[in-house]
Design a protein around this ligand. Structure first.
Ligand code: FE2
Length: 97
């Protein structure tokens, strides 16, 4: 399994320093949301291939906790990115009619 260094390989963290503070926060929150989804999916997939019920239970519990973290980061993103909520609402409207 990869260490956390893959996160730094996937994102040009240093270039974020060139952005103004608001844009840097928006980009960081988007990275955090992506990584939380990936972590949640990983734990769920790992849980699906083991038989030990305790380890499976903990993995699935943590997978769900990651979804809570997504909600936390999305709440922050809504505060900093004025396009986030309107886009989300537009998407909801397009799906639900
Ligand atoms: Fe998390």
């Amino acid at each position: 399994m990869k260490s956390l260094s893959h996160i730094f390989e996937n994102y040009d963290i240093n270039s974020l320093k060139d952005l103004d503070e608001k844009q840097r926060i928006i980009e960081i929150l988007r990275i955090c949301i992506i990584e939380e989804y990936k972590a949640s999916n990983l734990y769920e997939k790992l849980a699906s291939i083991i038989n030990n019920s305790k380890v499976k239970e903990v993995l699935l519990d943590i997978s769900n906790e990651e979804k809570t973290h997504i909600g936390e980061f999305e709440t922050l993103l809504t505060k900093f990115d004025s396009d986030h909520l309107p886009s989300k609402q537009k998407g909801k409207k397009e799906v639900e009619g």
